[in-house]
Design a protein around this ligand. Structure first.
Ligand SMILES: NC(=O)C1=CN([C@@H]2O[C@H](COP(=O)(O)OP(=O)(O)OC[C@H]3O[C@@H](n4cnc5c(N)ncnc54)[C@H](O)[C@@H]3O)[C@@H](O)[C@H]2O)[C@H](O)CC1
Ligand SMILES: [K+]
Length: 241
């Protein structure tokens, strides 16, 4: 299901999609045209790194879950580190519980000297945090945030840190926009490929990142898509009101 709810600075209308439709986009991208999740995740992480760098804040602390959202955060940490930004990672889980593309991202990260810590006590132990990168949960939220993710969100909010969220602010339902318990309050959300219907009421700036999905995928899913990016790799969106 899509609703035409976002518009670019040049007036292009961008269809918003539910979490279910986004899963279908991922499925057709992988099974239909051969784009791998790891490729899309890497594109997501690199664009996120650009937006985090633009805050001018250091250190950046990437708070990462164990799914696709977390994997994008791990890629972001590596791209920031490659460009001499001070960065650390706080996982909400033991790295051994990572799987698929997120585990592949962690394996690469583990070859670097980026500090990786686990749990809310480690987040609280930072003397100073320039910006929190919220890569805990994206469109895979299944209900009110549970610990440890909830504790990490509450600590982030307690600190009052600047926050940049990946895809969907953690704790907000990607389809309905409901906050089902605790949720972060990002200044910027970098959402991926297409905006989600639940982002209409999203606080702060909304940036849409191209993660390399060819438009044929949208055509196959009958999603009315006018290229919103032109010569840009990411663009700012406003609600279409
Ligand atoms: N084409 C795209 O849009 C792509 C998006 N990518 C990113 O992948 C996520 C979706 O990944 P998925 O693994 O399906 O789910 P999440 O990572 O969002 O969430 C699963 C993660 O969250 C935990 N969790 C879920 N509900 C709760 C809860 N109520 N309380 C606590 N924790 C919860 C769960 O345990 C998992 O750890 C998308 O948002 C993008 O960021 C891909 O990178 C590439 C393609
Ligand atoms: K998130």
């Amino acid at each position: 299901m899509t609703t035409d709810a976002f518009v670019t600075a040049t007036g292009t209308h961008v269809p918003a999609v539910t979490a279910e439709t986004m899963r279908n986009v991922d499925r057709v991208a992988v099974e239909g045209v051969g784009l791998q999740l790891l490729q899309m995740m890497e594109n997501a992480g690199r664009t996120l790194a650009h937006r985090v760098a633009a805050t001018g804040e250091e250190p950046a602390v990437v708070v990462a879950g164990n799914g696709g959202n977390g994997g994008g955060g791990l890629a972001c940490a590596r791209h920031l580190h490659n460009h001499d930004f001070r960065v650390a990672v706080v996982l909400d889980c033991d790295p051994d519980s990572l799987s698929g593309a997120a585990a592949q991202q962690y394996r690469i990260l583990d070859a670097t000297d980026i500090p990786v810590k686990i749990g809310v006590e480690e987040l609280a132990a930072f003397d100073r945090i320039g910006v929190v990168v919220d890569a805990l949960v994206g469109y895979g939220l299944d209900g009110p945030l549970r610990d440890p993710a909830r504790g990490l969100v509450e600590e982030t909010n307690r600190r009052g840190s600047r926050v940049v969220s990946l895809d969907v602010p953690s704790g907000i339902d990607a389809t309905t926009g409901e906050t089902l318990g605790a949720a972060v309050h990002p200044e910027t959300t970098v959402t991926l490929a297409l905006p989600k219907t639940g982002l209409r009421t999203c606080p702060g700036q909304l940036v849409l990142a191209d993660i390399g999905i060819p438009r044929v995928v949208y055509d196959r899913l009958d999603i009315a898509y006018d290229d919103p990016f032109g010569r840009e790799w990411w663009i700012e969106l406003a609600t279409g009101d």
